[in-house]
Design a protein. Structure first.
Length: 218
């Protein structure tokens, strides 16, 4: 099913130009199994091949970068919104089993917001091509980062990410699909590592709380 969708995007949606890139970027952001770099690498190959100078820059900006950054930013609102609206009820109901309270989340938000360069941090992680978007969106939604701040800095950071990937697609030519698989593999490895870190963190919190509870009841 997803392989057919990917082929459909490559052959029918992306070639429509900026609107096709915009639409494909939203679809790619919403449907997790689609390699996140595929749309942009394909766009770089299709729209930049054979161009140079001013023509290349114009195609990069107006056919790919702006359209893709808008699509990815809007598409990421799904994960952001789910974490924003359902994160607190979930933590309040089930957090005790993971050693996490809503106060912990509010503390994390406070620390993040008080950092003088918190917006720059969001910009930076969005700009890195191999960082999984879902983790960033979920974290921002969970701490209930202001939606305008989230969208502005997601958009700006994604402009850098998209520019890098589009130029890679342009440079590697017909090998763009292979590079998309490599980048997707890195993303999956980072995602697995992040999950493992979260599991270890939860295990330590649970053990700490159990130890504290045992000590107070001696």
């Amino acid at each position: 099913m997803f392989s057919s969708l990917i082929i459909f995007l490559q052959l029918n949606v992306i070639p429509l130009g900026a609107m096709g890139v915009f639409s494909a970027s939203i679809i790619e952001e919403v449907i997790a199994p689609i390699p996140s770099a595929l749309v942009i690498l394909t766009s770089g190959f299709l729209f930049l091949t054979g161009l140079s100078g001013v023509a290349l820059v114009k195609a990069l900006i107006f056919k790919i970068v702006i359209a893709a950054a808008l699509g990815i930013s809007l598409g990421s609102l799904l994960v952001y919104g789910l974490a924003y609206f359902f994160g607190k009820p979930f933590i309040e109901k089930w957090g005790k089993w993971f050693g996490i309270t809503w106060n912990d989340i509010e503390s994390a938000k406070k620390k993040f917001s008080q950092r003088s360069r918190s917006e720059l941090s969001l910009f930076s992680v969005r700009a890195i091509p191999v960082l999984p978007s879902a983790i960033i969106s979920a974290f921002c939604g969970l701490i209930r980062l202001k939606v305008s701040t989230y969208l502005i800095w997601t958009f700006l950071g994604t402009i850098v990410r998209v520019s890098i990937l589009a130029l890679i697609g342009f440079q590697v030519g017909s090998l763009y699909a292979t590079y998309a698989e490599v980048i997707n593999r890195f993303e999956n490895q980072i995602l697995i590592f992040a999950v493992l870190i979260a599991v270890v963190f939860v295990a330590v919190r649970i053990r700490h709380k159990r130890t504290a509870y045992s000590n107070t009841n001696k």
